[in-house]
Design a protein around this ligand. Structure first.
Ligand SMILES: [Ca+2]
Length: 214
């Protein structure tokens, strides 16, 4: 950048004569369908008129939460991301050019991926409504519940204690047809004891007594 007397203050060999007032543009590339792998590669790229792209800051939002910075000021254009089953991840990138112009955040994410809770493959088959139980059985503190859904109708998975109090509630609307394995104790482990798991989707309801062991 040049000062008033025309002397160059910052010695960038490839960019030292003209003022670059134009912001760069960038985007995260589309992501693959998240049916199987919990780890995937995110890649992005951009361009800039003037001084050129210096680096990128990549943001991520989990399940429609607020965006947070995943990678800050990185010159890289791809990185591995480790997600978890049953969650949706949305990404966008912000490019910065070599004189410090920063791209505006987009109104919608550049790319999104949903990592499904699939137990097996075979989505082409007909599926039924079925609560199969916990895996392993008796359950550990994570209480992984295996079930099958026939449709995309919204539903819920609930865990009740023997006194009938609901301990955990989990929406399962986005899972869709297929075999699923969902952990109810992923945020805080469930104490040992006897519980009831209730699966509900539309008018279908199934309940199973389970044991959580130490
Ligand atoms: Ca520029």
């Amino acid at each position: 950048m040049a000062n008033e007397t025309g002397h160059t203050k910052i010695g960038r060999p490839s960019w030292n004569n003209t003022v670059d007032a134009l912001r760069p543009v960038s985007a995260v590339a589309p992501l693959p369908p998240g049916d199987v792998e919990t780890q995937f590669y995110v890649s992005w790229g951009g361009s800039d008129v003037g001084s050129g792209v210096r680096d990128y800051t990549v943001h991520v939002a989990i399940d429609s939460s607020q965006y947070s910075v995943w990678l800050r000021d990185t010159p890289a254009v791809s990185a591995a991301f480790a997600g978890e089953r049953g969650h949706t991840y949305a990404f966008f990138s912000i490019a910065r050019d070599s004189v410090g112009n920063v791209e505006d955040a987009p109104a919608v994410p550049d790319a999104q991926i949903k990592i499904r809770d699939l137990v097996g493959v075979g989505e082409a088959n007909e599926h039924v409504f079925a609560l199969k139980g916990v895996v392993p059985n008796p359950a550990d503190g994570h209480v992984r519940v295996a079930f099958e859904l026939p449709s995309w109708i919204p539903g819920a998975l609930d865990l009740y204690d023997v006194a009938g109090r609901r301990i955990i509630h989990r929406e399962i609307g986005g899972l869709g047809p297929g075999q699923h394995l969902v952990s109810l104790g992923e945020r805080s482990r469930v104490e040992p004891g006897i519980y009831f798991v209730r699966l509900r989707q539309g008018r279908s309801i199934a309940t199973k007594k389970i044991v959580v062991a130490r």
